[in-house]
Write a protein that binds this ligand. Structure first.
Ligand code: PAF
Length: 291
C-alpha cells in the first residue's frame, strides 16, 4: 500500500508493464467498486485510490460521518489481484494551506452542482491531483455518478490531461437500488422507499418507448414516481454530454433523479441513445462500457 508521495516512485514498474489503470474511490467499497476494479484488471496493471476528499463535502454534509474502514476495504479487494493501493491521509493530499481549486465548466452548474455549491470544484481538484500524482493511462468511474463523469471528462479535455476515461455500468441490488456507500445509512423502511428512484427513471424510459418526446412530461413522470421520498432534489432529462435541457427527448440523453430518503441523499440515472424508434441504454463517454 502506498501512503505518501515518495512511495509513488514504485509505480514506475507498473507503468512499464502495461496501461496503468486507476480506479479512484472514497473507500467504503461495495460491489459497484469491485466491478470497476474487475474492469480495470482487463485493461492493465490496476491501481485503486482510497481517499475521502474533504474538498468535495459542503458545510453540513456528511464528511465526518462518511463511512471509513480501510482494513475492510483492503480485505474486499485482496482477492481481485489489485497491483497497488494509494491511501493518503488528508494532510498528505492537501499539504499546505493552499486555496487553489479547479473551476468546473458549465456542466457542473445543474443537477447536483446546483444544490451542492463547490462540490464539483472539490471533485475536480482531487481528481486532477490524483491524475498528476499517479499518472495513469486509463481512469474508470462509475456511471451512477453520471454528472461527475461528464464534469471530469470536460476537465480532462479542456486541460489536456493525458488519460483515457471510461464510465462503467452501475451495479444494483436485486430490488433495483443503485449500490452506493450511502445506502448503509438506510433502514428497511428507507430501503423500500428508495426504490422510487429506480422506478422514476424506468417510468420515464417506458413513457419514451411509448412515443412521448416532451421533456416536461418526462420530468413530471419522474417527479411523481418519487412521491414516496422525503424530498425530491431533481428529476431531470438532459442532453449528453453538455447537460442542457433538450428540446425533445432524442439523441443521447440522461434521465437523472436525486432525492432525500431518511438520512441519505440518493441519486440514480439512466443514459439512453434514442435514434428514431430505437432506444438503447448506453455509455456516457466514448470509451465507456456499453449497456
Ligand atoms: O466518486 C467518488 O468516489 C469521488 O467523487 C472521487 C471521484 C473518488 C473523487 O473523490
Amino acid at each position: 500500500m502506498l501512503r505518501s508521495r515518495p512511495e509513488l516512485e514504485r509505480l514506475a514498474t507498473l507503468r512499464a508493464s502495461g496501461a496503468l489503470t486507476l480506479v479512484p474511490t472514497m473507500g467504503s467499497l461495495h460491489e459497484g467498486h469491485l466491478s470497476l476494479i474487475e474492469r480495470a484488471r482487463t485493461i492493465g496493471p490496476t491501481l485503486v485510490s482510497i481517499f475521502v476528499n474533504p474538498a468535495q463535502f459542503g458545510p453540513g454534509e456528511d464528511y465526518a460521518a462518511y463511512p471509513r474502514d480501510l482494513a475492510h476495504d483492503l480485505e474486499l479487494i485482496e482477492p481481485l489481484g489489485v497491483d497497488a493501493v494509494f491511501a493518503p491521509s488528508a494532510a498528505e493530499m492537501y499539504r499546505s494551506a493552499d486555496t487553489v481549486r479547479i473551476e468546473p465548466g458549465t456542466r457542473a452548474d445543474v443537477l447536483c452542482g446546483a444544490g451542492r455549491p463547490g462540490h464539483f470544484a472539490g471533485v475536480l481538484t482531487v481528481v486532477a491531483k490524483l491524475l498528476n500524482l499517479l499518472r495513469p493511462e486509463v481512469a474508470i468511474f462509475g456511471r451512477k455518478d453520471a454528472q461527475q463523469c461528464l464534469v471530469i471528462a470536460e476537465m480532462v479535455e479542456a486541460l489536456d490531461f493525458r488519460v483515457r476515461l471510461i464510465d462503467h455500468p452501475t451495479v444494483r441490488e436485486s430490488d433495483g437500488l443503485a449500490l452506493s456507500s450511502r445506502n448503509r445509512y438506510l433502514g428497511a423502511e428507507h430501503r423500500r422507499r428508495a426504490q422510487a428512484l429506480w422506478r422514476a427513471r424506468n417510468g420515464a424510459r417506458e413513457q419514451r418507448e411509448q412515443g412521448e418526446r416532451e421533456p416536461a412530461r418526462h420530468r413530471r413522470t419522474m417527479a411523481r414516481q418519487q412521491a414516496e421520498t422525503d424530498r425530491v432534489d431533481y428529476a431531470e432529462i438532459r442532453s449528453v454530454p453538455d447537460l442542457i435541457t433538450p428540446e425533445l427527448a432524442a439523441g443521447k440523453i440522461l434521465l437523472a433523479v436525486a432525492a432525500q430518503v431518511g438520512p441519505a441523499r440518493l441519486i440514480d440515472n439512466l443514459v439512453l441513445q434514442i435514434d428514431g424508434q430505437r432506444i438503447t441504454e448506453t455509455a456516457l463517454l466514448a470509451e465507456g462500457d456499453d449497456r
